[in-house]
Design a protein around this ligand. Structure first.
Ligand code: IPE
Ligand code: IPE
Ligand code: MG
Length: 253
């Protein structure tokens, strides 16, 4: 983990941060505006948070933009979200590249329009060599979908003789997930306390932080609050507190 220097004292950023960006609809409703305007404002928060995370030393950021269940929404809203997605990628591509942000869209993109798929491939290729921060935008993503597609890949590898069923490890499965790294901190904005089929496997030991801030209002201060919470957690991974603290002493020597 990296120390945050800029006006945040000694707060340490999580290595892999995942965010369920919720509350766009309620933000709009509070202002008697259509839900789409909430999504538009939400896109501005996405930009703000990506910049802040890169500044604060987050190594990998995974944002939940559209779930595999969100297709159930009214088609007007789904279409508006798709348009917004295309526009945002087009607009932000060069600045992502300039800021060293390696961008991937994770999820089943085969259901998207050819135009959107083309934009996705373009931004992924453009930023492929970037190394300051990895950004994963989860779109048409579901945690169960991810585990299932990973199982299909492993099955194929076994059938081709590249792997043996009896020797399969958790690391083998992690490697073929669309997001491989374990999540350190998962934030959900908008006040709901559920995971909504986000990174089911990768969040097995994540610290969970629920914020009442609606996503379009989310900013660097909110992020620092979540990081301060994260810094106050003792991550025991099944061990006792004494074991963890003893290990820290050993690591420091
Ligand atoms: C999150 O905000 C954005 C997406 C799921 C695409 P919502 O649109 O779910 O906002 P609420 O929960 O209705 O306020
Ligand atoms: C989760 O938000 C998905 C995204 C943030 C993209 P939802 O608003 O769709 O979640 P539920 O349906 O309330 O659980
Ligand atoms: Mg919601």
């Amino acid at each position: 983990m990296q120390n945050i220097s800029e006006n945040s004292g000694s707060i340490v950023a999580p290595r892999h941060l995942a965010i369920i960006m919720d509350g766009n609809g309620r933000w709009a409703k509070n202002r008697e505006k259509p839900r789409v305007s909430g999504h538009r404002e939400g896109a501005k928060a996405v930009r703000r948070v990506i910049t802040a995370c890169a500044q604060l030393g987050v190594q990998e950021l995974t944002l939940f933009a559209f779930s595999s269940e969100n297709w159930k929404r009214p088609s007007l809203e789904v279409n508006a979200l798709m348009t917004l997605f295309v526009e945002s990628i087009k607009r932000e591509s060069s600045s992502l590249k300039e800021n060293g942000i390696r961008t991937k869209i994770v999820g089943d993109i085969s259901r998207f329009s050819p135009t959107l798929q083309e934009q996705i491939h373009k931004v992924e290729q453009l930023t492929a060599d970037c190394s300051l921060m990895n950004l994963n935008i989860a779109a048409n993503y579901g945690g169960r979908w991810d585990i299932l597609q990973a199982c299909k890949q492993l099955t194929e590898k076994c059938m081709e003789g590249q792997l043996a069923v009896d020797d399969l490890t958790e690391a083998d499965l992690s490697q073929v997930l669309s997001v491989s790294k374990d999540v350190d901190l998962m934030i959900r904005t908008g006040g709901e306390k559920r995971i909504s089929n986000f990174l089911m496997w990768q969040a097995a030991y994540a610290e969970l932080y629920f914020s009442n801030t609606l996503w379009p209002d989310y900013d660097k201060e909110d992020l620092l609050e979540a990081f301060a919470f994260f810094n106050g957690r003792e991550r025991r991974f099944g061990m006792t507190s004494a074991q963890v603290q003893n290990k820290e002493v050993k690591d420091a020597n």
